[in-house]
Design a binder for this molecule. Sequence first.
Ligand SMILES: NC(=O)C1=CN([C@@H]2O[C@H](COP(=O)(O)OP(=O)(O)OC[C@H]3O[C@@H](n4cnc5c(N)ncnc54)[C@H](OP(=O)(O)O)[C@@H]3O)[C@@H](O)[C@H]2O)C=CC1
Ligand SMILES: N[C@@H](CC=O)C(=O)O
Ligand code: NA
Length: 436
Amino acid sequence: MKPINVGLLGIGTVGGGTYTVLKRNAEEITRRAGRPIRITTVADKNLELARSVAAGDEVKLSDDAFAVVADPEVDIVVELIGGYGIARELVLKAIENGKHVVTANKALLAVHGNEIFAAAQKKGVMVAFEAAVAGGIPIIKALREGLSANRIQWLAGIINGTTNFILSEMRDKGLPFAEVLKEAQALGYAEADPTFDIEGVDAAHKATIMSAIAFGIPMQFDKAYVEGITKLQAVDIAYAEQLGYRIKLLGIARRRDEGVELRVHPTLIPEKRLIANVEGAMNAVLVQGDAVGATLYYGKGAGAEPTASAVIADLVDVTRLHTADPEHRVPHLAFQPDQMQDVAVLPIDEVVTSYYLRLRVEDKPGVLADITRILADSQISIDAMIQKEPAEGEAQTDIIMLTHQTVEKNANAAIAKIEALPVVQGKVTRLRLENL
Ligand SMILES: NC(=O)C1=CN([C@@H]2O[C@H](COP(=O)(O)OP(=O)(O)OC[C@H]3O[C@@H](n4cnc5c(N)ncnc54)[C@H](OP(=O)(O)O)[C@@H]3O)[C@@H](O)[C@H]2O)C=CC1
Ligand SMILES: N[C@@H](CC=O)C(=O)O
Ligand code: NA
């Protein structure tokens, strides 16, 4: 059977893993795809690296990625360079030249996906992106195919391996943030710019992509609420544990009557939940469908071979569908542009969630009563509370409260009133809590 020809752009962590696994498992992959999948050309700025990975193989090596997307021999372009710049140009050029595209680039799709999918639709080519969300976990397949009978109500996931690794190592080994981040970079988990990981941007890219498939809406990364883990304090992780919760960086997309919530932030989760026990660079995504109920997908969300697993699964899919009638192919996000739902992404003020509040207060009678009155007046009920004795020689102490659900603007107003009390010192620390 005639092989399908692949041009690989970028042979770094994921590109290297893809090359290696495709070669190692060639026989099985050929059987599953129905024909051999052959990398004919590799383009990377770093030719030395490309030479070392492809040593001894019959593969063209180039430092000119544009030549690869223009090569008439290439059927599928695999973009593993990353970023929004050159990657966007290359992907659009590949589509213009009638090539199918496989990419792991969530940043590119979350920000320019609407443009890219429209171009691909016009040209009748496929853009596959399983590796872009939760690495090796087949979550895109689950949303597009396995759960296609369902109205998806919400999804929530640990979708950034770097931050989950940092939170786990800090908690288990008491290691400092900067040291663990360096380790995550050395292990190949982090983005080229690791602020994307730690500030929640990478997770928001992935949540944006999942929300589009789950709810049939366009990519709206610019409307997502994004908060990372850099402001998270060890003391709050410890208090949360005392109350029976773990803190995880969650990406959440929820359908509401008024619109869609799309948000990333550190979140308290009851420690008994499976997702609260997902550690290290592992990812997990919970999806709630109206027919199936809750489903959970777990696995490696980053790293060379786990991500390569998803890239190659897409290559197999594209190879299988290559000969199918393009008119009747399922669109990239599983809906046609004219079927997009006109549903607003809600501002963070309109989000409904529960809260963890930590206040530093003077140890005086009546303080707690003042605070609980403000919460009661705002119709916010308290679910659990810790009031610490002041440390030896101190006149101040911590009060920690968990609240029931309320609208965020209501919580903000109550927090502002609490902060204005003379007995409350400084800002209230506020984290969101989900009883998933
Ligand atoms: N690492 C992971 O675990 C995961 C990564 N991803 C995504 O996969 C993509 C690739 O990530 P990753 O493999 O980690 O990144 P790497 O930086 O390891 O690899 C990218 C490679 O592309 C090369 N490159 C850069 N610019 C060009 C260019 N203009 N032409 C040709 N080659 C170029 C780089 O060379 P040089 O180093 O010299 O710049 C490098 O070798 C990104 O979109 C990332 O978000 C997705 C899931 C998991
Ligand atoms: N930097 C990302 C890599 C995979 O998408 C992560 O840490 O999850
Ligand atoms: Na995936």
